[in-house]
Design a protein around this ligand. Structure first.
Ligand code: CP
Ligand code: NVA
Length: 306
C-alpha cells in the first residue's frame, strides 16, 4: 500500500513535500506512458460551481486508467434541496470509491470528508485549489528544469489559487511573491502555514506593489479578479486591480526567460492581455493539459491502483 492510499486531498498540506514530489514524478511517468496502472473503481464528481478543465480532466484520467465516472450534478440530487453534507457523505461512500468535490465553503468539504470513508478530493473551494497547483508545479518543472530556488510572482486577487500556490511553492522550495491590492490579500492562516513550510532562506513575500513582485521572477502567474460567486463585485474591483494586469510592459520587469501561467478561464484585457496570454512566454495550454496527468497521478495514489 502506498502512503497516500485511502487518504483525503483537501489541501496541499495533506501531503508531505516528498509525497508532493512523488506525485509529480509519477505524473511525469504517466504522461510519458512509462507507467500504465489500471483500476476498476468509480469516481464521483460533485460540483456546485462551473468547470471545464477539472471536470473533464478528472473524467478522462479515470477512463484512461480503466475506471468509471459518475457526474453527480448537485442540481438534480438532494444536495440542492438541503440534504446535509454529513448524510450525503455517508450514503455516497457506500457506492463510490473516490469523490472530487467543487463547492464554496471549505468547511462543507471538511465535513463531507469527516463523514465519508472514501478519499475526498478538493476540486476547488473558496479557500483553495490544490489540484490546480499539482499541474502548475509539473508545468514549471517541465519548462524550467527544477523547482527549488525558482521565483514565482502571483499578481491579482489573493484567492483560492493564490492560497494554494503559496502552499505549493513553499513545499516545493520555491520563492513566492504575491502582489494584491490592499484588502485582497491571501488568507492569513494560509500565509502563516506557507511561511512555516518554506525552507530556511526561501521567501514568502506579500506586497501591494506589482513591480516588486515581478522583478526578476521566472514564473508569472495570474487569475481572474473576481472568482466564481463574486461576479457581482467584478465592476467595483476592476479599477483597483488594473495595476496588477499582466501585460507586456510589466513582463519587461520579469526574467527575460520567464514563463506565464494562468489557471484559466482567463478574462483577456482584465487580469492578462491577449498579447501575453497568446505570446511566446505563455505556457497556459501545457498547464491545462497537465491537469490530466497530475490528477491521474493523484487518483492512482489515492486508489492504490497499480
Ligand atoms: N482551472 C480550472 O479549474 O478550470 P475549470 O474551472 O474549467 O475546472
Ligand atoms: N479563482 C477562480 C479559479 C477558477 C478555476 C475561481 O474560483 O473562480
Amino acid at each position: 500500500m502506498n502512503s497516500l492510499q485511502g487518504r483525503d486531498f483537501l489541501s496541499l498540506t495533506d501531503l508531505s513535500s516528498s509525497e508532493l514530489f512523488h506525485l509529480l514524478d509519477q505524473a511525469a511517468e504517466l504522461k510519458a506512458g512509462t507507467l500504465r496502472p489500471q483500476c476498476r473503481q468509480v469516481l464521483g464528481l460533485l460540483f456546485s460551481k462551473a468547470s471545464t478543465r477539472t471536470r473533464v480532466s478528472f473524467s478522462v484520467a479515470m477512463y484512461q486508467i480503466g475506471g468509471q465516472v459518475l457526474d453527480l450534478n448537485p442540481l438534480v440530487s438532494q444536495v440542492s434541496r438541503g440534504e446535509p453534507w454529513a448524510d450525503t457523505a455517508r450514503v455516497l461512500d457506500r457506492y463510490l470509491d473516490v469523490i472530487a468535490i467543487r463547492t464554496f465553503k471549505q468547511e462543507d468539504l471538511t465535513e463531507f470528508a469527516h463523514y465519508a470513508r472514501i478519499p475526498v478530493i478538493n476540486a476547488l473551494t473558496d479557500l483553495g485549489h490544490p489540484c490546480q497547483i499539482l499541474a502548475d508545479l509539473l508545468t514549471i518543472r517541465e519548462h524550467l528544469g527544477f523547482l527549488a530556488g525558482k521565483t514565482l510572482a502571483y499578481l491579482g486577487d489573493g484567492n483560492n489559487v493564490a492560497n494554494s500556490l503559496l502552499l505549493g511553492c513553499a513545499m516545493a522550495g520555491m520563492h513566492i511573491r504575491v502582489a494584491t491590492p490592499r484588502g485582497y490579500e491571501p488568507n492569513p492562516q494560509v500565509v502563516t502555514q506557507a511561511q512555516h513550510l518554506a525552507l530556511a532562506g526561501n521567501g514568502v513575500l506579500l506586497t501591494t506593489d506589482p513591480q516588486e513582485a515581478i522583478e526578476g521572477a521566472q514564473v508569472v502567474y495570474t487569475d481572474v479578479w473576481a472568482s466564481m460567486g463574486q461576479e457581482a463585485q467584478a465592476q467595483d474591483r476592476a479599477p483597483l486591480f488594473e495595476p496588477y494586469q499582466v501585460n507586456s510592459a510589466l513582463m519587461k520587469q520579469a526574467d527575460p526567460r520567464a514563463i506565464v501561467l494562468h489557471c484559466l478561464p482567463a478574462h483577456r484585457g482584465e487580469e492578462i492581455t491577449t498579447e501575453v496570454l497568446e505570446g511566446p512566454q505563455s505556457r497556459v495550454w501545457d498547464q491545462a493539459e497537465n491537469r490530466l496527468h497530475a490528477q491521474k497521478s493523484l487518483l492512482v495514489s489515492l486508489l492504490g491502483a497499480s
